[in-house]
Design a protein around this ligand. Sequence first.
Ligand SMILES: [Zn+2]
Length: 267
Amino acid sequence: MRRPSLKLLLPLAAVATLTTAAVTKPNQGFILFSVQQDIDLGAQVARQTDSLYRAKGQLLARSSNARAYQLLDGVVKRVLDNGNLKYRTQFPWDVQIIKDDATQNAFATPGGHIYVFSGLIKFLDNENQLAGVLGHEIAHADRRHSSQLIQKQYGIGLLTNIVLGNNPNQLVQLASGIGQLKFSRTYEVEADKYSTIYLNGTRYYACDGAAGFFIKAEKQGGGTPEFLSTHPNPGSRVTNIQKSAQQLGCTNRTVSNKNFEELKRIL
Ligand SMILES: [Zn+2]
């Protein structure tokens, strides 16, 4: 049998390397999960997360908090409809409020289920900052950062079992830790950048909204917001966000805080 010549093999190897680089570079790792598996896992994790916070009496029901959800949904929808999301129509992008004034955090599960603590909303000064933080969280889900982190931590075999409903104990563990997932600095840089891109696309919010939150959070002595321990500063964070916003030419937009002040008041 003739051995394939080296000449033939080399281009194939080169193609393989290129393909790997193309997949690896933007996301810092292989994604073994399909988008559909993100959606399925997200649905399971969200159901479990809801029931964990409901059991603690902290999950604000939509039926009895209609106005709060109307106000928050308005901000979320504006940020989502920026035209730059990859999975705007595939992921459900629902949002839940967790009533916990002592926790200044927000998170999104793989597959796009968003959770916002009342403590974060009360901590923020204006709607623009809220839009910036939401943009950052939405980026972690839409760029599939959280999916990759979980895949690394749990392994594909175990996660597949969780998706199939075969491992309820691990699902509880996963849901309990989902708000404390610690992102890498590379993911943080990307989520900060996308927050500015998303806000630019809203044609409504000033794109450096997230910077306003980080400036305030970093200034705060003691009781550092939980957000900063799970989303570590990649270095020059505020400067980078402001620079990106300036490059996009969208730093001068002003938004009324009437709705935001009402949201803070009724939470
Ligand atoms: Zn982050």
